[in-house]
Design a protein around this ligand. Structure first.
Ligand SMILES: [Zn+2]
Length: 305
């Protein structure tokens, strides 16, 4: 079965932390074992925020991409989901663009960016983070960026973004909003998770929500198990999200995860659990990868360049 993952920090671990690609949670071998046909690799702006050289970090990650040992789709996606592991590039933390549409074009030309998390955990030129007190929405530059992302077919990723920014995306973006790696706030109260109203808005617009495997986003206080992953999947499905659900593992960016879910080779076990839990084969195929694939194809087809 085709599996797709909307978020990981492997490139950051390799390029910025100097980790050996073979020592990462995500390796080409494990992707193959897990049936992962499409792995989204984020260019993460970095924990230093706008002052931490996010643009230079992005360039360093681009320079390291060949070391992953996973071929990347840096032009058009194929017609059908790939049967062997491939990657696509995203941006996490819009400060990497330094408030400039030229930077956006530069990254897109270099690697075909598929989605941009408009903020990480800092205020930036685009908007304000969920981890913060601001109730302000997107800046004028943020709104201009959305228009250009629509033209380039780049999905607006609202994981990490504050609520006011989220509703601006819902109102102003032509492409559907996504949350590449966020869970349900009703089940785990972390600021990084989504309210029911946000989840419903994503669903209504035909967007995507990738369930995050970080223990602290799965259960209040951490110590999450596979049952907690199921709770969040069930919760999003019950809000009408069977066509929006998927995975945003956050592998190589997390230090605590449910036992048995520590790398991509665990996906078949998780999918077997969904089957045991009563999901149909068709639903499992959607959650496993088709929903993410479909929204990526939709974005690509909207590209006007
Ligand atoms: Zn993140």
């Amino acid at each position: 079965m085709f599996v797709a993952d909307a978020h990981c920090d492997t490139l950051y671990a390799v390029a910025i932390h100097g980790k050996d690609p073979a020592e990462c949670m995500i390796t080409a071998d494990r992707l193959e074992k897990g049936g992962v046909g499409l792995q989204t690799f984020a260019l993460f702006a970095g924990a230093g925020g706008p002052k931490g050289h996010p643009y230079e970090n992005g360039q360093a990650m681009l320079a390291a991409r060949d070391r992953l040992g996973v071929p990347l789709f840096q032009d058009a996606l194929p017609d059908a989901p790939p049967e062997t592991p491939h990657g696509v590039i995203s941006i996490e933390g819009g400060e990497m663009l330094e408030g400039s549409l030229e930077r956006l074009h530069e990254f897109d030309a270099a690697a075909r960016v598929r989605m941009i998390a408009l903020t990480w955990n800092f205020d930036n030129e685009i908007g304000f983070p969920a981890k913060g007190a601001s109730s302000e929405g997107l800046t004028p530059f943020g709104l201009a960026l959305l228009r250009e992302m629509d033209r380039l077919g780049i999905l607006p990723d609202c994981s990490h973004l504050n609520e006011a920014g989220f509703w601006d995306v819902v109102e102003h973006a032509a492409l559907p909003p996504i949350a590449s790696h966020s869970n349900l706030k009703a089940l785990c109260g972390h600021s990084r998770n989504l309210t029911d109203a946000q989840v419903k808005a994503v669903i209504e617009k035909g967007g995507f929500i990738g369930v995050n495997f970080y223990s602290c986003f799965l259960r209040d206080g951490g110590g999450a198990t596979l049952d907690d992953v199921l709770r969040h999947i069930d919760g999003i499905a019950q809000l009408g999200g069977i066509d929006a659900l998927g995975f945003g593992s956050d592998f190589d960016g997390i230090d605590e995860w449910p036992q048995g879910l520590g790398d991509p080779s665990a996906f078949p076990g998780l999918l077997a659990l969904l089957e045991k839990h009563g999901y149909t084969q068709g639903d499992i195929e959607k959650i496993a990868g088709l929903n993410l694939w479909n929204v990526l194809k939709r974005a690509e087809n909207a590209r006007k360049v």
